[in-house]
Design a protein around this ligand. Structure first.
Ligand code: GAP
Length: 514
């Protein structure tokens, strides 16, 4: 029987630790909350995701270039970008449990509960009426369901209104009026709602008096904006063009949970596409389509993705959508595509007093370009992959195996070279194959334990191919390739191994499909 989603998630987390993918940071000191380290297999998988993203952006588009900007930036950057004033979460504390919550999350969870009650009524009726049940009609006419629907609509109206007016008291009133209780203490003893800035502060300079206050960047995008003219001029870039970057970002998330889904230190892969004002919607649609294609190429299942168009936009955007992924805890944001207008460049222009304009030869005009951004969390992408890839499979003979069906070009180890026994010259030939393949592929040599046990070890880390060297190999220089997903075997000449591996696991095969 398939595991329940919450059990499946627990299994994924413990598997990630047991097989060297993800460790809690500073574990021997009991860990640091919402900070994680990547182990030997995790680091390889992460690098492969980065390669897939970077090459699809920078190598496949002649008008996109990549940079690597510093984490520390001038403090004025964050004033200009709006992060000092507006990068806040509304927080509320329960006085009895001393637990802190995001006020908006408490209200959203409460609405979800009421929707759940309506769904229960529908499910009950469906059972009662059987085949003849008309769900749409029932939802529209049943008084109890209608009552729940109206209740949610009322709360949502007050909630959105309070958020839009940034009215913290009104937000608190929703919590109090709705009788929302603390999930830990069960009490309604709430503090005021306060804004909590998500940026981590630090100091630069050795002497306390002369030190200046800095922030750890909460997004990589600003490193791109402040370098917009440097790149445009030195690269002689013509609009439309893009600048891509992969790098660390830091947010003092209050409610950090769900493993590597919401972390305090994480990595982003962002691309800013600079376009002519007025053409941003065309490019916004273009990048939505490109990005969903990039995801679907990984074959995790098309129904694992959906778009969520934003109704309430961030302060800088005139259109925004998330690509949501079907994580074990439900559909949640994986990537954001935002039409950021000229907000950032204009604000940096004002704050720095330096012109950040582009002369467009085609229209004979200077202007501040508009920007369409694609922004994906590398760690979230990692979580999406491992949670979909993980399977406890029951085989035909009734035995089970744990297997990670990772997309082949992203697998940490592409092939394991396994001599059938430790003697009779088999390890020598296996080592010869390993030494030949290692220049092009991440391969592993393993001679310990029975062959079946070695196959299982490789299945558990998602190695797509196991190459077994047996006694026939010494005679005819052929080996057996055993495929991870089908467990089928094929006999291949040692001389043809590189070509076979390249056809099956190379990044190029994936990139060519884009
Ligand atoms: N530059 C735009 C920007 O930063 P965002 O929606 O705040 O937009 C973009 O973040 C992506 O970064 C998200 O879709 C998510 O994948 C990832 N991300 C954001 N906060 C994160 C966190 N605390 N932990 C892990 N990933 C995070």
């Amino acid at each position: 029987m398939a595991a329940q989603p919450e059990d499946q998630f627990k299994n994924v987390i413990s598997h990630a630790k047991e097989y060297g993918f993800v460790f809690q940071s500073s574990e021997i000191y009991d860990g640091l909350s919402a900070v994680y380290d990547y182990g030997q297999n995790g680091a390889l998988l992460k690098n492969n995701i980065k390669e897939y993203w970077w090459r699809s952006m920078v190598q496949l588009h002649e008008n996109i270039v990549g940079i690597d900007s510093a984490i520390f930036m001038h403090p004025q950057v964050w004033k200009a970008s709006g992060h000092v004033d507006a990068f806040n979460d509304p927080m509320i504390d329960n006085k009895d449990s001393k637990k802190r919550y995001r006020a908006d999350v408490l209200i959203e969870d409460h609405m979800e509960k009421i929707r759940g009650k309506a769904d229960k009524e529908v499910a009950k009726a469906a059972k009662r009426f059987g085949e003849s049940f008309d769900e749409a009609m029932f939802r529209e006419t049943n008084p109890r369901v209608q009552k729940y629907v109206e209740q949610v609509a009322d709360i949502n109206k007050r909630f959105v209104d309070a958020l839009e007016r940034n009215d913290l008291e009104a937000l608190r009133n929703v919590i109090v009026d709705e009788g929302i209780t603390c999930p830990v203490s069960g009490s309604k003893n709430w503090t005021e709602v306060r804004q909590f800035n998500l940026m981590f502060g630090t100091k630069m300079g050795s002497v306390a008096e002369d030190a200046s206050d800095l922030y750890l960047r909460p997004e990589t995008a600003q490193g791109i904006f402040v370098n917009f003219l440097n790149v445009q001029k030195t690269g002689r870039m013509k609009i439309p063009f893009g600048i891509a970057q992969i790098g660390k970002a830091f947010r003092n998330e209050i409610v950090a949970r769900q493993f590597i889904f919401r972390m305090r230190e994480f990595e982003q892969m962002e691309m800013q596409y600079f376009v002519r004002p007025g053409e941003e919607m065309k490019w916004y649609e273009f990048w939505k389509e490109q990005r969903i294609k990039w995801h679907k190429m990984l074959n995790l299942g098309d129904d694992a993705y959906r778009f969520h168009d934003h109704e309430k936009m961030a302060h800088y955007a005139n259109a925004a959508a998330d690509i949501e992924f079907d994580f074990p805890f439900g559909f949640k944001e994986l990537e954001g595509i935002h039409s950021r207008t000229d907000f950032d460049l204009s604000r940096h222009q004002e704050e720095s007093g330096k012109k950040l304009q582009y002369f467009d030869p085609e229209v004979g005009e200077n202007y501040v370009p508009y920007v369409v951004e694609t922004s994906i969390g590398l760690d979230r992408m990692f979580l999406a992959l491992i949670s979909k890839a993980y399977e406890e499979e029951t085989l035909e003979d009734g035995s089970t195996r744990t297997v990670m069906h990772l997309p082949l070009p992203l697998a940490p180890i592409k092939a394991a070279i396994l001599p059938l026994t430790k003697k009779d010259g088999l390890p020598d030939l296996a080592r010869e194959i390993f030494d030949d393949l290692k220049f092009e592929f991440q391969v592993q040599y393993d001679e310990k334990d029975a062959i079946g046990k070695r196959y299982r070890r490789q299945d558990a880390v998602g190695t797509p191919l196991c190459i077994t060297v047996d006694f026939d190999s010494l005679e005819d220089r052929t080996v057996t390739i055993r495929h991870r997903d089908s467990m089928e075997q094929e006999r291949v000449a040692i001389d043809a191994l590189s070509d076979r591996l390249r056809a099956l696991v190379s990044m190029e095969t994936l990139l060519k499909k884009l």
